[in-house]
Design a protein around this ligand. Sequence first.
Ligand code: FMN
Length: 402
Amino acid sequence: MRPFDRRRVILGVTGGIACYKSVTLARLLTQAGAAVDVILSRAAREFVGAITFEAVTGRPVAPEILAPGHALAHIRLARETDLVIVAPATADLLARAAQGRADDQLTAVLLATRAPVLVAPAMNDGMWSHVLVLQNAQVLRAIGHTVLDPDTGPLAFGEGIGPGRMPEPETILAHASRLLETSTVLAGRKVIVTAGPTREALDPVRFISNHSSGRMGVALAAAAWRRGADVTLVHGPLEVPLPVGVGCVRVHSTAEMREAVAAALPTADALIMAAAPADFGAATVSAQKLKKSGATPVIALEHTVDILESTRALRRPGAVIMGFALETTNIEAHAREKMQRKGLDFIVANDATEDGAGFGVDTNRVVILDARGGRDTPPLMPKTQLAEVLLDHVIAALGTAS
Ligand SMILES: Cc1cc2nc3c(=O)[nH]c(=O)nc-3n(C[C@H](O)[C@H](O)[C@H](O)COP(=O)(O)O)c2cc1C
């Protein structure tokens, strides 16, 4: 099930310029499967019309608090919702919410609900840096609301660049999905995920690499973060955007990836090695660009460092280690041998020659082998969905290890 399927979400919109982005957020939430009840402040109605939100969500916008015929709308909405998002949240809304006021539909709902609350402030940078605004944001954090820091970027027309922009709707959606996640088993757990290829230099302009896109690792990092983990993503060049909320370490070579993994591993509860580090590099990297003219160069290769083997002693006792094996022949036998040699708890094996699996595609079919002889063969599925299956295995193993 997707995180928003059959979930009720209230989207509170207050009177700032970023209201135009709330329409996109309402649309993304609806497309993700949520039933979205929009509550507009009186000021917000001056910026965007209720009809726009109704057309995007397919549901009526909530009435004003004192509307005849809707006397207890605020209580019903507050009770039935799974999550309240306020985006954008004006300075005025932050002040009223921090004081526990209930002078409109949205603030009344904020007091009456026991659902998680996600607040995305947006305002002029001068307003956002005012001590009273920061204090109000702090009060809301202290009572358990998730208050996002505004982005830095171009503000309203003629206002220049500064902190105060509402985070992009996709970012708010990712935070919302984390708050809706019922499984909090990874809360407080540190998870390292590696993703993408590495590059081994041949000369100052050329390198050896592979076709890894980073999709599987990014999906795993996003899923682990959504389930509450503190995630470090160690990655090479990616064909997909970086996931929200995750600490990212960009590396180039296999040796750099090894160093980043080694630095994070001693405190990690799990390492999921979904990257495709280059296995070979030039024995000698040419200091000058290899010339196209003249004799064809012969380049001697040597093995790069094996990340899982060389960091084995740094693993914390009980840490769960998952490796990947992309093979073209004798897939399971090779994978099992690799799992034993590298001391892994799991190996995820797949066939590089199969259509719809492996590098560069959105789907994957794998065999998941575990060190105790277990074998799971999920069907071909999107990598985002496979990430959840793989995490279920990691979580089950963490449960037995701790
Ligand atoms: C053009 C315009 C843009 C505004 N943009 C913002 C804004 O981005 N953030 C903010 O906190 N207030 C902004 N305000 C001020 C709020 O609209 C005003 O404080 C209002 O009372 C907020 O009411 P509400 O919080 O109930 O929506 C803006 C006002 C105008 C006229």
